[in-house]
Write a protein of this length. Sequence first.
Length: 204
Amino acid sequence: MLHISKTEQIRSFIAIELPSGIKAELASIEERLKIRPYSFVKWVDPEGIHLTLKFLGNVASTTVPEIAEALTKVAQRISPFNLQMGGLGAFPNLRRPQVIWVGIGGEVEKSAILQRDIDAALAPLGFPPESRSFSPHLTLGRLREGASPQERQKLGQWVSSIKFEGSLSFEVDALSLMKSQLTPRGAIYSQLASMRLGSESFHT
């Protein structure tokens, strides 16, 4: 069980955590991308990759039980569903990439419903709904400031050339309320609570 100081501010978000097999495949894709050493890309540790549903920012530790209770009510209304890894892409596009990602396929409409329900459930607690439409993806890397348009274009061409056959699927059977601790070496993630889909309980 995670012990939290009453006065602590917690940088937190809500996510779907990934099974080890998916993380291993993401690590393999990253290694293929890293064959060309683009120094202006900050790659994400595959062990920390997750499917983010909502970023909450800094929240008071005393609010965590309320958030978990609201998420439990959301989770119990949705049965487990399946997602799968798709192709590689970039935001805003491959001509001038800023974020490199792996797409998500499968029952994505259920993940969108889940995200909308989370928005609605947390609005009364002071968390505004997302202004952008939900686009499920797994972030592999982010470009640092200073990369030239030519460098970005070359990276985009390299990303578009990487193919992976098949599409690994995984079952989504829980929501996780996560803590993000920023360090000089990158973010450290830990689970504050887990809410099983189709269940009325949550675990800390």
